[in-house]
Design a protein around this ligand. Sequence first.
Ligand code: NDP
Ligand code: MG
Length: 395
Amino acid sequence: MSQVQNLTILGATGTIGENTLRVVALHPQRFNVVALTAGSQLEKLVTQCLRHTPRYAVVLDEASAVRLRSLLAQAGSSTTVLFGVEALEHVSSMPEVDVVMAAIVGAAGLRPAMAAARAGKRVLLANKETLVMAGRLFMQAVAEGGAELLPIDSEHNAIFQALPRDFRGDLAACGVRRILLTASGGPFRTTPLSDLPHVTPDQACAHPNWVMGRKISVDSATMMNKGLEVIEARWLFNALPEQIEVLIHPQSVIHSMVDYLDGSVIAQLGNPDMRTPIAYALGFPERIEAGVSALDLIGRGLTFEAPDYARFPCLKLAFAALEQGGMLPAVLNAANEVAVALYLAGAIGYGQIAPSIEHALDHALAGEPGALDDVIEADAQARRDTAAYLGPRAA
Ligand code: NDP
Ligand code: MG
């Protein structure tokens, strides 16, 4: 693709957003940043705006917009500041945008990702919550909008790379037996089970291989991240739950594998650096420089283990939500977001995360969502239920 591609980066101030800008900066002839969005990190957004001169910068609310306008004006920037969910949808769908990097964390990323899909953009999807909450509706929007969906999550990006280029949603037709989703096992893979209830947020966020936002880091520690990724894989690759297997691979060198009927297993390997999947998706179908050092395999032992549900009950809950389907994956996600936020704030213990999600699943309505509003309502209800359940138990 030789033409310049116009890019919106949702969640530009996050780890995925920043890594995207690092890759983009290596290819000034190839990408033009049209819009950047942030939550609370306004100073960082100002720096990014000065460096990448987008037409629009989007923040959450009017007060942030007023502050950002003043900061940008002082710095001599001509970027236009917008705010709110409609503005996020606008910069995800406006005609001059070709590519949308969907890298807002959590349920807040759903509406703008949907807008990009409906508008037929090339959607680089990091926000896995979109597929967990509304997989069927999102995949419908991708098909109806004529969007091109490229996964950024390293595992799904690896699977995408290991599938035939002409894959159109039929694993059996491509001779695929299983998808092997690898997981690092996080920082508590070998911690004595009796110590787990007392682990601190900083310990949970100290991931052995990846540098990530705090929410997804806790999800990696509980393996809820892998649970969300199982659901993500179900939708991205139209896989049955029994076609997806989770394998712990502590070195995070193999980012996932596809097992074919003839016994071949195709894996994608690389250093654990999100710039690789980001560059793959930005350049697709070409390969472009990511700034990542070459993988050195000498002396690297690659090992594999089965996940232990006693240590990682969240993974089991995610499989259960996937099996039951309907709104339950959205409930799982919402309850997890509430519990993880309370845990990060020091209000509940690590051991309370899984039981609160189980409680939410047990009390949720299972029906299939007819529209996005049904999902948003189920999400809100699960948040209320989980907050009420955890409220009396919080410190
Ligand atoms: P971060 O927490 O680092 O960044 C999140 C981004 O979203 C920030 O720009 C943040 O703004 C913005 N944001 C937060 N809340 C809102 C909101 N309510 N409305 C609008 N914007 C908001 O997360 P990551 O970059 O780590 O992850 C982003 C997504 O990518 C997640 O869905 C995650 O699961 C997924 N992902 C991440 C991977 C990684 O390696 N980091 C790997 C695979 C997937 P601000 O910081 O300004 O408040
Ligand atoms: Mg991942």
